[in-house]
Design a binder for this molecule. Structure first.
Ligand SMILES: [Zn+2]
Ligand SMILES: [Zn+2]
Length: 296
């Protein structure tokens, strides 16, 4: 299955969204699905399961320069009346960019405002940030992502299914996400290219309430998955193991109940994970642009 889906994704052309190929709906296996952690066994709710692997990385834009200029054009506007504040990157006054000549900032391109959050910085400093990130400009003041942030999550599979059983604190059924990975060799985007990485403690499962809010968060997680933001390769905080696939700052509820503090109830969780997704640049605006794809 993995192999054939991989092939399918390899044929996806164009944007990272690749939405047109995502509806890999398949009939649920009959029988029961028992999660890895302790908890109730699950009844299968119906034909509401889908599965897909990470698409290939998006095509690298034509040249770095044109990609950077596109980013600047799309996410900055000229600030002709900059505030009397230091630039958050070079700390030189925004009103006197030429003051920075001692710091190699010799060309005065003026000041720009980031379009989403309105914070100002030297255009030259914005360009430097865009060049280092390539697909997005993170605001140095408030971290708002301008553009599309892409991670380095290795190839894997994300499966989604629903069950009738209720999480503590909910009475709407439950979405179960299963992440599957295998080990491999680190690529250029990883900490030690050419070195192996391991997939420790997979598959991993996570739970969301199957209500409107839970489904919205599921859709945001799907966007994050496609952008390779949910996992990364590095050192595991919990086990200390190096060169393993680890979570990447988007917390998941991996327990049904709070056996070790990773389950329900947790009244703040849905707000918190929404905020964590936003810090990665994944917001409801991404769902609008991708079309709203509730599970049916
Ligand atoms: Zn600056
Ligand atoms: Zn900002």
């Amino acid at each position: 299955m993995l192999k054939s889906l991989s092939g399918l994704w390899c044929s996806v052309k164009g944007s990272i969204q690749g939405r047109e190929t995502q509806n890999n709906m398949r009939t649920l296996r009959s029988g029961r699905c028992v999660p890895g952690s302790a908890g109730p066994s699950f009844r299968v709710a119906g034909e509401r399961q889908r599965e897909w692997v990470v698409p290939n990385p998006p095509p690298v834009p034509q040249t770095l320069t044109s990609a950077v200029e596109e980013l600047l054009q799309a996410y900055t506007t000229s600030d002709s009346n900059p505030p009397d504040e230091p630039c958050p990157i070079c700390m030189c006054s925004l009103q006197c960019p030429s003051d920075c000549s001692s710091q190699d900032v010799t060309d005065d391109e003026g000041v720009v405002k980031l379009t989403k959050c309105g914070h100002s910085l030297h255009k030259l400093c914005a360009r430097m940030m865009a060049e280092s990130k390539q697909h997005f400009i993170p605001c140095p003041m408030c971290k708002t992502v301008h553009g599309v942030r892409l991670g380095n999550q290795p190839d894997g599979v994300m499966e989604i299914m629903t069950v009738n059983d209720d999480l503590p604190g909910f009475d709407c059924g439950t979405i179960i996400i299963t992440y599957r990975f295998s080990g491999g060799i680190q690529g250029r985007e990883h900490p030690i290219p050419g070195h192996p990485y391991r997939a420790h403690a997979f598959p991993r499962r996570a739970f969301l309430p199957d209500n409107e809010r839970g489904n919205k968060i599921l859709q945001l997680l799907e966007v994050a998955w496609q952008r390779r933001l949910i996992f990364t390769v590095g050192t595991s905080i919990t086990s200390g193991q190096e060169n393993v696939i680890t979570w990447n700052e988007i917390h998941h509820k991996t327990e049904w109940e709070n056996y070790h503090g990773h389950g329900y109830p947790d009244p703040a969780y849905l707000d918190n994970v929404t905020m964590e997704l936003e810090l990665q640049g994944v917001t409801e605006a991404d769902l609008e642009s991708n079309g709203n794809r509730n599970l049916e």
